[in-house]
Ligand binder design. Structure first.
Ligand code: SAM
Length: 270
């Protein structure tokens, strides 16, 4: 059952799903016959043709449908009904095979059957999760023996800085987990459609790198690699510059500050 903070987040994501269906560049990329995935994900996850892939927190399905276009047999799940409706609309329009299911990550053991070759999740997912140990246990549950989990996410160190301030970064938020989530009034524009101001507030949980790694290790997964990069998949800070390749950089911190991390973990040992 969803708690108050999650119910609030569900309303928030239901509100902006249709906004994103219109604004996401990745929708246009898919409509033009391309894929929305980053080269790092493609290279690090490896060949997916013919593999079953479970995409957690798939939002409007742009990454799920991209993996389907790469040949994976995809199931995307998200707790926002509007996100799943948009994903199904896009699937129909693009005539790509995928299964979309409305479910909280935490309910999946009862809402979804089977095991998968790959569990994938990426780009703005961990801050919405109330319990990382349970999240990791659910990932392990849905992986076949030798199956791989892949994650690309913004680096937790980014979460400590004031993301409205120009110039030198200044620390205003905690790096370490706090029991209560942070409440966001959301008086700022949407992260993708800068002309849209969400009406619903949201709650976000803070997780450190050690929380993430320890949760996966505790669930019995073996870490195959952990990488950090000084570029980000969205324009998070006012001074960020977006390159032609779609990656955003902080010019004064290039080579000094990690902005994303990726990891791959396996169920069992290789
Ligand atoms: C930032 S979006 C993910 C973005 C996605 N990677 C993309 O590029 O479109 C976060 C998603 O997590 C979903 N979400 C948040 N909490 C969830 C939960 N407990 N279970 C399932 N989905 C959840 C939201 O509905 C939203 O679609």
């Amino acid at each position: 059952m969803l708690n108050q903070a999650e119910l609030c987040n569900q309303k928030f994501w239901d509100e902006i799903a249709t906004v994103h269906l219109k604004s996401y560049q990745s929708v246009k990329t898919l409509q033009d016959g391309g894929i929305a995935l980053r080269e790092i994900e493609l290279m690090e996850l490896g060949e997916v043709t013919g593999k079953t892939l479970l995409h957690l927190q798939c939002h409007i399905g742009t990454d799920s449908l991209s993996w389907a276009r790469q040949g994976a047999i995809v199931t995307g799940i998200d707790f926002s009904a509007q996100s799943i409706a948009c994903a199904n609309q896009l699937k129909q329009e693009l005539q790509l095979p995928a299964t979309f299911l409305q479910s909280s990550v935490y309910d999946l053991r009862t809402t979804l059957q089977g095991q998968f070759d790959v569990v994938y999740t990426s780009k703005g997912v961990l801050c919405w999760l109330k319990d990382l140990d349970e999240w990791a246990a659910i990932i392990a549950h849905f992986l076949k023996p030798q199956g791989v989990f892949y994650l690309m996410e913004s680096h937790p160190i980014c979460n400590i800085f004031d993301d409205l301030k120009k110039g030198d970064l200044s620390i205003i938020y905690p790096y370490f987990h706090t029991a209560d989530p942070i409440f966001w009034e959301n008086n700022a524009p949407d992260y993708d459609d800068k002309t849209y101001f969400p009406k619903n507030p949201s709650f976000e949980w803070v997780w450190s790198i050690s929380d993430i790694l320890n949760a996966l290790l505790k669930a019995g997964l073996s870490l195959e690699f952990f990488n950090e990069y000084d570029k980000l998949f969205w324009k998070r800070f006012p001074d960020m510059v977006e390159n032609d390749d779609g990656w955003c950089h902080l010019p004064q911190y290039v080579g000094k500050l990690p902005l994303i991390f990726t990891l791959r973990a396996r169920k069992g040992f290789k």
